[in-house]
Design a protein around this ligand. Structure first.
Ligand code: FAD
Length: 377
């Protein structure tokens, strides 16, 4: 008998399990580790404060809390285990390279500055316009730009490394893990009391579903729709053996793509957003053409970069781009933490913590009412 079972071992489930075992709960994490796990492919951009789209206010408030949680979590993990997480505050440069991007750039700039006026985030010291020359000095591979602004607080994280670090720290707090597929929940008198994985039953006081794009399979049993859909993303890792990439910022332009630098002479360029892809984590010629064409348009200095690898993941998307967090009406002992879409590396560690707080019987410190499953049902 466990205090808690967590279904799913991506960033959300692993964070939930980590916070549970740190809180003293006897916990079992069951993870199938499907091919296409989003956490393994995610670019890792952490910068909700400079998102240039008009965001749902609930998402924005939550996104800022989630990313503010990172430094404390990373500091804690450094003390508990010796693996790196890839977390760094590297800055973020938003650019308009071609004329068709000028209008969306100006719109994004207005959104970000207006939000700053209203909420004071980011601080004016951390957000400023830069000239084309300054932009190229910050990121020398860049094309000349029509406009650019820089956010000093932009950060990035490596989803695989962070998940591995959480797993390592959790093991020292006695997390039990099983690589297996949960076929169904065990429900008695309207209460979830466990799960069946590969024919074996496991009982627990609380169950958390953090199954990413695969979460909807539990909807029928729970009598609710969990409208989370896979959206394929293909992303390319490029090597620049002769270039020092360690001080480069994240780059975002306006054809829906971005670049994320890493200290090991690597730049990650992405990504496709293939809505309706189904559960099919494949790479494609057209996907590569899109991602590489866009990368070279924004940063012609990448033309001699070498291929390291292509990653592909299935984002757990919802129709309103908000996550699904909280209990399910009329079902006891169950918490959903899924539907994090294109922002799960930003939101996931803190979402997992909230799920753990719930299972530990604590009052949630953050309002998640906008994210409840009842908005769909
Ligand atoms: C190309 C790409 C770029 C991205 N870039 C960013 C970014 O820059 N910033 C950002 O914040 N986010 C980004 N994301 C999104 C982010 O990666 C995801 O939102 C996040 O990783 C989702 O985490 P998760 O734990 O919910 O799901 P996943 O990582 O998909 O993990 C779900 C896990 O649950 C397991 N599972 C499911 N069902 C069962 C079952 N029945 N039994 C057992 N196990 C089960 C699966 O096997 C899997 O291991 C990106 C995603 C992609 C694909």
């Amino acid at each position: 008998m466990y205090d808690a079972i967590v279904i799913g071992g991506g960033i959300v489930g692993m964070s939930a399990a980590y916070h549970l075992v740190r809180g003293g709960a006897k916990t079992l994490l069951i993870d199938r580790h499907h091919e296409g796990r989003a956490t393994d492919a995610g670019a890792g951009i952490l910068a909700p404060a400079t998102s240039g789209v008009t965001l749902d206010p609930a998402w924005f408030a939550f996104g800022v809390i989630c990313v503010d949680y990172y430094p404390a979590l990373i500091g804690q993990l450094r003390q508990e285990q010796d693996g790196d997480t890839g977390y760094a505050v590297c800055g973020k440069l938003t650019v308009a390279v071609s004329e068709d991007e000028i209008a969306p750039f100006q719109h994004a700039r207005e959104v970000v500055w207006e939000r700053q006026r209203r909420r004071g985030i980011p601080s004016s010291d951390d957000l400023y316009d830069v000239t084309s020359e300054q932009a190229q000095a910050i990121f020398p591979l860049l094309a000349p730009v029509h406009g650019a602004f820089y956010y000093r607080g932009g950060a990035r994280v490596d989803g695989r490394m962070l998940t591995a670090a959480l797993a390592k720290a959790s093991a020292s707090h006695h997390l039990e893990q099983k690589q297996s597929m949960v076929d169904r929940l065990i429900i008695e008198d309207g209460q979830v009391v466990g799960a069946v994985a590969d024919g074996e039953s496991f009982r627990a006081g609380k169950v958390i579903i953090a199954g990413g794009a695969w979460s909807r399979q539990f909807g029928d049993q729970l009598g609710v729709q969990i409208p989370v859909e896979p959206q394929r993303g293909q992303i390319v890792h490029l090597d620049l053996p002769d270039v020092d990439t360690s001080a480069f910022p994240v780059i975002v332009a306006f054809h829906g793509h971005y670049m994320v630098p890493w200290a090991d002479h690597r730049i990650v360029v992405g990504a496709t957003r293939e809505t309706g892809s189904g559960f099919d984590p494949v790479t494609s010629a057209i996907g590569m053409q899109e991602v590489l064409g866009e990368a070279l348009r924004v940063a012609p200095g990448l033309k001699s970069a070498q291929f390291r690898e292509i990653r592909v993941g299935l984002r757990p998307n919802t129709i309103d781009n908000l996550p699904v967090l909280g209990e399910v009406p009329r079902i006891g002992n169950l918490f959903l933490s899924t539907g994090h879409g294109a922002s799960g590396l930003q939101l996931g560690p803190y979402s997992g913590k909230l799920a753990a707080d719930w299972a530990l019987g604590q009052t949630l410190e953050t309002d998640i009412s906008a994210f409840r499953i009842s908005r769909f049902n």
